[in-house]
Design a protein around this ligand. Structure first.
Ligand code: UT7
Length: 322
């Protein structure tokens, strides 16, 4: 380890925005298809596809391994050396250990020498981490690595058809650079209603339990409200959205929210059919997939919208491109 690890800053005389200068994604090799689940659970490909939109999910690895793989890709894409990263923020609700933060293992794996911490805001975690990372850039950090990673298969009862068909594992990452002026994070909205935390929970060492119908109903409402709030703070309208990147939990939730927001599905990033619900990884996975498949052009307005346990929600408006 270096003599001095970590980086600090002061807001005095330096107000910076951020720009996304690289991104990366990671999925485990093992695919679990609906047919695989059909063979061992009282479920069917038809039920899963019609009710969720999921066709397969990837399972395996640890949160630290997946996070490091996605982050490594993001650093390469940004042409950023490990030594240039001044903060690592890892969003996860499936840390590899209770102590220390999984960010510590990722920091070590990547050869970083900066501050590193985990954020747990469930499926909203990546957007929370993005806003936290951008905030530190506003007070002096010049480069921040933001990762969302979850191994949901570890906290899912594989014998429970109501959850086993939904969740998968993965990671996504972005590199944020401080830039002069307002930068690319144009607006954000973070919220939570802790009185609803019983709707979706996992005890320490236990499995996920969820009141799916109630989460569904509230998810659509908070996505719409949060998206509208973030766009208004950015000084934009919903008609300005070039790409919506929603949390990937259920196609029916996404289509219902899109309808209410007036955003067509052609302008919506989707990876759910291939990944299942990967919690904090889902938004950066969908963002990375959209960027890779040419759905994004310089100057595009990108709206990230997450929701999940807590009950938490989070939106961020980005102007895409260097
Ligand atoms: O990222 C965190 C946020 N989480 C979410 O966004 C999840 C939100 N909720 C949902 O996506 C949906 O509520 C689910 C996909 C979880 C469930 O869909 P649903 O349309 O709300 O179904 P349901 O829970 O009302 O269940 C309908 C029926 C039930 O049978 P009965 O009582 O009608 O006989 C369930 O037992 O479907 C049954 N069921 C299944 N059948 C086949 C539940 N899971 C399955 C299954 N296969 N895997």
């Amino acid at each position: 380890m270096s003599e001095r690890s970590g980086a600090g800053g002061s807001h005095l005389g330096r107000t910076s925005g951020v720009a996304v200068v690289g991104w990366g994604v990671a999925l485990p090799d093992t695919a679990v298809t609906n047919a695989d689940l059909e063979a061992r659970l009282d479920t069917s490909d038809r039920w899963i596809t019609e009710r969720t939109g999921i066709r397969e999910r990837r399972i395996g690895g640890t949160t630290g391994q997946l996070a490091a793989a996605a982050a490594r890709q993001a650093l390469i894409a940004a042409d950023a050396s490990p030594g240039s990263v001044e903060l690592l923020v890892l969003a996860t609700s499936t840390p590899d250990q209770q102590i220390p933060a999984t960010a510590s293992a990722v920091q070590d794996a990547l050869g970083l020498s900066c501050g590193a911490f985990d954020v747990n805001a469930a499926c909203s975690g990546f957007v929370y981490a993005l806003v936290a990372g951008a905030g530190t850039a506003g007070v002096g950090a010049r480069r921040v690595l933001v990762v969302g990673a979850d191994v949901m298969s570890r906290i899912t009862d594989q014998g429970d058809r109501s959850t086993a068909v939904l969740f998968g594992d993965g990671a996504g990452a972005v590199v944020l650079d401080a830039v002069e002026g307002p930068g690319q994070l144009l607006g954000w909205d973070l919220g939570s209603d802790g009185s609803l935390r019983h709707l979706l929970q996992a005890d320490v060492g236990g499995y996920i339990r969820m009141e799916g119908k109630e989460v569904f109903r509230r998810a659509v409402r908070v996505m719409v409200d949060s998206a509208e709030a973030a766009m208004a703070r950015a000084g934009l309208t919903l008609a300005d959205v070039d790409l919506l990147v929603p949390h990937q939990a259920n196609t029916r939730i996404i289509t219902a929210a899109c309808e209410r927001l007036g955003i067509p599905m052609e302008r919506t990033a989707m990876v759910l059919d291939r990944t299942g619900n990967t919690s904090a990884a889902s938004i950066p996975l969908a963002l990375g997939d959209a960027a890779q498949s040419g759905m994004l052009a310089k100057g595009d307005v990108v709206l990230l919208v997450g929701f999940g346990a807590g009950m938490s929600w989070a939106s961020a408006v980005l102007r895409w491109g260097p």
